[in-house]
Structures are given as C-alpha cells and as structure tokens.
Ligand binder design. Structure first.
Ligand code: ZN
Length: 113
C-alpha cells in the first residue's frame, strides 16, 4: 500500500522536526493531499495508526486537507477545476497539459510541545 510509505516519510520528517525543536510530544499533523495523487485519505489515516505506534506521535491526530485538481488553460489564461483525469477547459474545450494543483503531498503544519 502506497499510503504507508507516504505517511512513514511524513512521520519521519515530523519526528525529525520535533526532535530538533526539543519537543517531547507531537499532538497534531496536518497534511495537504492533492486529488490527483491517487492517495486515499482513509487509507492514509489507517496507515498513520500503524506507523505512529511507539513514537512521540503515538497520540497525534492526523488531519488531511484535500486539494482539488486545477488545470491552467493557456488560451483562456485561467485556471479551472478538473473533476476527473480529463483536463478539458470548460470555457473553450481545449485540453490543458498543465496541472497546477492536485499533486500536493505536503506536511503543512504540526503541533508539538
Ligand atoms: Zn480555455
């Protein structure tokens, strides 16, 4: 499962940040996940439950912020949201080759003490 690797990397990053700030506990992690990453938020939460065990994040909450896919249309010079994997501009019908949002997989913030 793809999600385990992602959450393991995120947790490692969070643990390292917490350690270098001298924190003893991680209370919350906030992750931004793009719609085009193929990541299932429920699977991410489930994987988090497994990987956090025995770490200083064992009681932490994981919040997943979903980012909808957004494409850029060079003809209309505007951004549009794409519901599926078809990057077709709703205004002019042109196919966009530029995905501006939807591939995010970032640790946005964390609460530590
Ligand atoms: Zn367009």
């Amino acid at each position: 499962m793809h999600e385990v690797g992602i959450i393991q990397n995120t947790l490692d990053l969070a643990l390292e940040t917490a350690r270098s700030s001298g924190a003893r506990q991680i209370h919350q992690l906030r992750l931004r996940v793009g719609a085009m990453t193929g990541v299932v938020p429920e699977a991410l939460l489930f994987a988090f439950d497994v990987v956090r065990a025995g770490t200083i994040a064992s009681d932490a909450r994981l919040e997943v912020e979903n980012v909808p896919a957004a494409c850029w249309c060079a003809i209309c010079q505007s951004e549009f949201h794409s519901e599926d994997s078809l990057y077709e501009c709703p205004r002019c019908g042109a196919m966009s080759s530029e995905l501006r949002h939807g591939l995010e997989l970032d640790l946005v913030s964390m609460e530590i003490s």
